[in-house]
Design a protein around this ligand. Structure first.
Ligand code: PEP
Length: 248
């Protein structure tokens, strides 16, 4: 099976405004087209604007979270059908900030991934260890446990997700995993997926954690790194465009 096309997704987190987003997207579009697949994940209120600005482009868009529920008394939640109505291609699930600040469990993350897929929204499932876990030698155990919940919940549909390995200690810290460190974990995740599906080689495994224009190409050149999930650098059009080109 041939290697999947590279994918670069921006995670805007809690940033932006209508005006700033429009300007950022204009810059990203003007610097394209890109050889890689490119997407941006914005706060919920801006999804309609993204749909309007990006619908006629090759750049896709998505959300940073999704409810595990279809509907009901879940104040504040947004379901996958709603995301699909706004043309969302992606929903990030299990970002370390949601696991840490909203106490999201491995099973809840898996349920969110399932809910997204059921409505045709591709979940970008984040896994990653803290610095403490890495230093204690627990990286493999932690990322495998996180991915295992998703594998068991999705069954054969596991081949339809995107996985993002994001070491918590590298997110927003300026400390990037070395290409060798990142590749080693990606290889572990690929092997875990291969035990679950014959399509493991087609699943895109993104690296995230302080990816910048000057380190992107080396990271993306690793055998099992199929692109990136980009936080801070996705807020600057020139930097994000340079990272997208590094994946091309
Ligand atoms: C992220 O939040 O997904 C991320 C990778 O952030 P940063 O690129 O800023 O480290």
């Amino acid at each position: 099976m041939s290697k999947p096309k590279k994918l670069v997704v921006g995670n805007w987190k809690l940033h932006g405004s209508k005006a700033a987003n429009a300007q950022l997207l204009s810059g990203v579009l003007a610097a394209g087209p890109y050889a890689a697949d490119v997407g941006v994940c914005a706060p919920f209120p801006y999804l309609a604007d993204l749909q309007a600005q990006l619908a006629s482009s090759a750049v896709t868009w998505g959300a940073q979270d999704v409810s595990a529920h279809e509907q009901g008394a879940y104040t504040g939640e947004v379901n996958a059908a709603m995301l699909a109505e706004f043309g969302c291609r992606w929903a990030i699930v299990g970002h370390s900030e949601r696991r840490a600040y909203h106490a999201e469990s491995d099973q809840l993350v898996a349920d969110k991934a399932k809910a997204a897929l059921a409505k045709g929204v591709t979940p970008i499932v984040c896994v990653g260890e803290t610095l403490e876990q890495r230093e204690a030698g627990h990286t493999e155990e932690v990322v495998k446990r996180q991915l295992s919940a998703v594998i068991h919940t999705l069954g054969a549909c596991i081949a339809e997700i995107v996985v993002a390995y994001e070491p918590v200690w590298a997110i927003g810290t300026g400390k990037t995993a070395t290409p060798e460190q990142a590749q080693a974990v990606h290889a572990l995740l690929r092997a875990q997926l291969a035990a679950a599906t014959p399509k493991a080689s087609t699943i895109r495994l993104l690296y995230g954690g302080s990816v910048k224009p000057d380190n992107a190409a080396t990271l993306f050149a690793q055998a099992d790194i199929d692109g990136g999930l980009i936080g801070g650098a996705s807020l600057k059009a020139a930097d994000f465009a340079a990272i997208c080109r590094a994946a091309g």
